[in-house]
Design a protein around this ligand. Structure first.
Ligand SMILES: Cc1ncc(COP(=O)(O)O)c(C=O)c1O
Length: 417
């Protein structure tokens, strides 16, 4: 039986949700990432576009064992609400990992995050005001630019060579008093370049001289195929130790870690290492953002680090190294001198190519997909300013050796056409 209404609604019209979006939402353009992931998932395309781990290499058996152990040993705590500071056993495992790499770290220097993407977002929200200056490399991780751009920042860009950011550019950027210098230090997304120890020491020294924090994104740190790289975080720790100083009092490097590339991106387990005053500031913000990251996943990650990580990471490095070798060899064979420059990554998922200056790779991509059945990530979205249009990123992580060779052969044909 219907109820009589006092108020009649007018004839329903469609609502302009877009017109109601906040300024922040409008500034956070995700078209670059969405376009790349959209193309990456089209059936029948050999895609070098997304930076995804190979699903066949994900440690399903190991995670299943860890889940059983966690439910048996911590069932009630793992399924209950927790605190933003995170699960203690995970902070302990992560601080041990950090110490094993030469950093000065205690569990109170760690806060787990929902992937390192949230780590970047939390750091941005803790340190940035609208219109602040941020120093970034040219190019840099586009997911970080998406977050930063919501703050309408003034970017200062730092060019890089095959040892990392150029010191003259770093110094010029630091003179501009940025809120921080964001840098992907090892096997960079998108170029694959790793900062050498000598360059890293100079960069850390400059950041102390100019009193500018470094936000070190180390998403690919464990995926080394030749020798193990050294993080800016560890370099700073040894420099502080030599001077009798502690990270807690004098550290300037904020470190972003993640298990996405070396366990599972779906679990969304990342972390920030920072002096405890910064950890407390971040925890306060995180509480208001998502209360805490998934407790069960934090327990599973801690168990995985304790029992399986070392063996699994050795296998993973071997598998991805073969793909890196294949990608480098296929570029040499099928692209050769059409590539004006190609990086030679010592780890991670990516190669970066510079092609003839007349080729705009954003325009080339749809042709490549339609006519040659192969996709890549155009370089332009990875630049905060002055995009270099004739660059592209090749991700070799999610294809077999045979597919890598076939795909790069097609890419070579497309570049020649
Ligand atoms: C450099 C870099 N930082 C952060 C992230 C985000 O990773 P997560 O899955 O931990 O959020 C990625 C993902 O591709 C990345 O390449």
């Amino acid at each position: 039986m219907g109820t009589a209404r006092n108020v009649d609604i007018p004839i329903p019209q469609s609502f302009s949700w877009h017109g109601s979006f906040s300024r922040k939402r409008r500034l956070m353009d995700d078209s670059g990432i969405r376009a790349i992931l959209g193309i990456a998932s089209r059936p029948g395309i050999l895609s070098f576009a997304g930076g995804l781990p190979d699903p066949k290499l994900l440690p399903i058996k190991e995670i299943s064992e860890c889940s059983e152990t966690v439910l048996r040993d911590h069932g009630f705590a793992a399924l209950q609400y927790g605190v933003a500071d995170g699960v203690r056993v995970l902070a302990e495992q992560l601080s041990n990992l950090s110490i094993s790499k030469g950093a000065d770290c205690a569990p109170h220097n760690i806060i787990p995050t929902t992937g390192s993407q949230q780590g970047i977002d939390l750091i941005a929200n803790v340190f940035l005001n609208r219109g602040d200056t941020i120093a970034v490399t040219s190019p840099t991780y586009l997911g970080a630019l998406q977050i930063f751009s919501a703050f309408e920042p003034r970017y200062v860009q730092v060019s890089c060579d095959d040892e990392g950011p150029l010191l003259s550019d770093v110094e010029a950027a630091l003179r501009e008093k940025p809120a921080f210098f964001y840098v992907v230090s090892m096997f960079q997304n998108p170029t694959g370049v790793t900062i050498s120890r000598a360059r890293g020491e100079a960069i850390v020294g400059l950041c102390h001289t100019y009193d500018v924090p470094i936000v070190e994104d180390a998403a690919y740190q464990e995926l080394f195929y030749d020798s193990e790289p050294v993080s800016l975080r560890s370099i700073e720790s040894s420099m502080l130790r030599e001077n009798g100083a502690r990270y807690e009092d004098c550290g300037r490097v904020l470190y972003l870690g993640t298990l996405s590339k070396v366990m599972s991106p779906g679990l969304r387990v990342g972390w920030i290492e920072a002096p405890s005053v910064v950890v407390r500031g971040i925890a306060c913000l995180k509480q208001g953002t998502d209360l805490h990251s998934g407790i069960m996943n934090q327990f599973i990650a801690a168990e995985f680090l304790k029992t399986h990580a070392a063996g699994y990471w050795t296998r993973l490095r071997k598998a991805y190294k073969e793909r890196r070798d294949q990608a480098v060899e296929s570029v040499r064979k099928h692209i050769g001198s059409i590539a004006h420059a190609c990086t030679n990554p010592q780890g991670g998922f990516f190669l970066w190519l510079e092609v003839a200056p007349g080729i705009d790779t954003t325009k080339l991509l749809p042709i490549c997909v339609e006519k040659f059945g192969v996709a890549f990530a155009p370089g332009a979205p990875f630049f905060a300013l002055n995009p270099s249009l004739h660059t592209l990123r090749v991700s070799f992580s999610n294809l077999s050796l045979e597919m890598i060779d076939r795909g790069i052969c097609s890419l070579g044909q497309a570049l020649r056409s």
